[in-house]
Design a binder for this molecule. Structure first.
Ligand SMILES: C[S@@+](CC[C@H](N)C(=O)[O-])C[C@H]1O[C@@H](n2cnc3c(N)ncnc32)[C@H](O)[C@@H]1O
Length: 260
């Protein structure tokens, strides 16, 4: 049964779906960049769960940090898991596995893992607090969670463009229509508190996309698919300039402890 947002009545739907260009953007991510905030909390031998692991590039980095501890990457999109398995085999990482699962029903027993990590998942969920409660269920007492989500209220765009600003707002509506929350970043601490976590620490950073054109095209395709051809055109025209375009996304990260 798909989850339904209580306020909007929308069923949960992962906005980028299985779009190859979206998966390619994620496959560029590494633990040293996108999971850096969590690295100080990882030690060899720890058991780690990466929830919403996508193509698994960050997961494999987590596995390197805790080897020989076991790492499991779980994702509802089973099509991406083979990519993670292939990468693990390529780099000879034997302490990592990948499994299809929902973040609302994790395939691990109560109090069985030392760390839960989740990058770029909570903003797509109808019920992020339920997912965080489920993460707390599998965490050992004293275990830590690290989560990170973007906040579309903090997008930096240069040169400024009213057309692209309007397109970004339209995309936010698409994500809300799919049950997600484009402003999830600023709510991570609140959600962790509601899920029963303690010692919550929140931080933020900007990511400048190395290819503005590729990012703009990804956004344009999603807008086209949602029936916003006019906004898609604005984004494509904006990115096709020679004056040094830049797209930078605000990311909020948070770590917290299961103190029970
Ligand atoms: C934006 S991607 C992030 C992937 C990876 N963590 C990263 O940052 O590169 C979000 C991932 O969450 C997965 N996902 C969405 N809803 C989910 C759910 N309810 N349970 C588990 N995974 C989910 C999607 O299939 C997708 O792979």
């Amino acid at each position: 049964m798909p989850r339904v947002a209580s306020e909007t009545g929308n069923a949960e739907r992962y906005t980028p779906g299985d779009m190859a260009s979206a998966v390619a953007v994620m496959a560029d991510r590494r633990v040293e960049t996108h999971g850096r905030f969590f690295l100080p909390h990882l030690r060899p031998g720890q058991a780690v769960l990466d929830v919403g692991c996508g193509p698994g590039t960050i997961t494999v980095g987590l596995a390197a940090a805790v080897a020989p501890g076991p790492v499991l990457g779980v994702d509802a999109g089973a099509h991406q898991l083979d990519q993670g398995r292939r990468l693990a085999a390529q780099v000879g990482m034997t302490n990592v596995a990948f499994e299809a699962a929902s973040c609302y029903e994790l395939p691990w027993p109560d109090q069985s893992v030392d760390r839960v990590f989740s990058h770029a998942l909570l903003e797509h969920l109808v019920d992020p607090v339920a997912a965080l409660r489920e993460a707390r269920r599998v965490l050992r007492p004293g275990g830590m969670i690290g989560v990170c989500s973007p906040d579309w209220g903090g997008f930096l765009l240069t040169p400024p463009s009213d057309g692209v600003a309007a397109a970004l707002l339209a995309y936010q509506d698409v994500q809300r229509g799919n049950g997600g929350d484009p402003l999830a970043g600023r709510k991570l601490g609140v959600h962790l508190g509601e899920a029963g976590f303690a010692d919550i620490r929140v931080d933020a950073r900007y990511e400048r996309f190395t290819s503005t054109t590729a990012m703009a095209e990804l956004l344009a395709v999603l807008l086209d698919e949602a029936g916003h051809g006019d906004h898609a055109r604005s984004v494509r025209m904006w990115s096709d300039q020679s004056c040094g375009t830049m797209f930078a996304e605000a990311w909020v990260s948070a770590v917290a402890v299961n103190s029970t």
